[in-house]
Design a protein around this ligand. Structure first.
Ligand code: SF4
Length: 307
């Protein structure tokens, strides 16, 4: 029952049809149409009922559960990121092929972990030289977010997500010898395992330490400004995505599957997300925070958001 209403800037709550009929649009009409249509299809196909997908196991499971049982309103603009991600996927999705090498796009797979069924859709999988399997996932990201990938490598959630896909692949006869995650912003493509350039505007050359520990070679001075600031180009190697063995993936997935399964089948409320997730999610990215807070209040607690 997830996103069913548009939250207007003036505080009104409208159905999608009412939103599309509005004459004082707050967000582009055709984009809203596409967003609403996508949401309706999405609800109909995948993320409904007690179906558990790999992505449901990541982030906040209370949020996953509440989004499925609660009708909520959100400003159309706040959902743009999800459409943008799909748009980029469609651009890079290539046809499947079997010859001379195997390649699959949007491959949907299922597996069972300790009696729980889980499914996932791999963006891209191919077997090339010596039948080595390469599993690849594309992520759209804001330009400001890219620096974190460049400095630290793939996000932890994405490492688990792709490892769960690799595990699903193994259950279905597809081996994975390498995982690649390509982060696509409007200005740059940054892929794990690759060398990328990164520009910084500083008075002094950036040093290879702390968050810049993966820097390669020395910074190159590109330009000097009258203000004293200088433009530096540096190169970074984005760390490879580690491949976890079956037991590590099973140990990660089992308690999460048990938690979501109990929630879907018996209505047992999952706990709030762990500190690291609450730090970034509760404030800006959670669409069911009000319901979550009400649940905490009902139990004599308040929702604590670590800083
Ligand atoms: S407010 Fe935070 S803890 Fe609660 S459901 Fe949302 S993300 Fe999870």
């Amino acid at each position: 029952m997830p996103w069913t209403h548009a939250q207007c800037p003036d505080g009104q709550r409208k159905t999608f049809d009412e939103c599309l009929a509005c004459r004082q649009e707050c967000f582009d009409m055709e984009i809203r149409e596409a967003l609403f249509e996508r949401e309706r299809n999405w609800q109909a196909i995948e993320h409904t009922g007690d179906h558990i997908s790999v992505t449901a196991l990541l982030g906040c499971m209370r949020g996953t559960y509440l989004e499925r049982i609660t009708d909520y309103a959100a400003p159309p603009e706040s959902q743009w990121w999800s459409l943008r991600g799909e748009f980029i996927h469609r651009l890079v999705e290539r046809p499947d092929m079997d010859n001379p090498y195997l390649r699959r796009s949007e491959m949907r797979l299922k597996g069972k972990v300790n009696g729980y069924e889980v499914s996932g859709q791999l963006d891209n999988y191919k077997q090339r030289f010596l039948e080595k399997g390469v599993l690849k996932d594309w992520k759209s990201i804001g330009d400001n977010g890219l620096q974190y990938i460049i400095f630290d490598g793939a996000k932890e959630d994405h490492v688990w997500q792709t490892n769960l896909y690799a595990w699903l692949g193994r259950q279905n006869g597809y081996r994975t010898d390498r995982i690649e995650i390509a982060y696509l912003s409007l200005m740059q493509v940054v892929k794990t395992g690759q060398v990328v350039s990164f520009v910084e505007f500083l008075n002094n050359p950036p040093a290879k330490s702390g968050k810049r520990k993966h820097m390669l070679g020395s910074p190159r001075l590109v330009k000097q400004y009258a203000s004293g600031k200088k433009k530096w180009e540096c190169f970074y190697r984005i760390p490879e995505v580690p491949i976890y063995d079956d037991q590590t993936v099973i140990d990660f997935a089992t308690p999460r599957l048990a938690c979501l399964s109990k929630a879907f089948k018996a209505g047992v409320m999952p706990p709030v997300a762990e500190d690291e997730v609450r730090k970034w999610k509760c404030d800006g990215y959670c669409r069911v925070r009000e319901v979550c807070e009400a649940e905490e209040k009902k139990n004599g607690r308040s929702l604590v958001i670590p800083q």
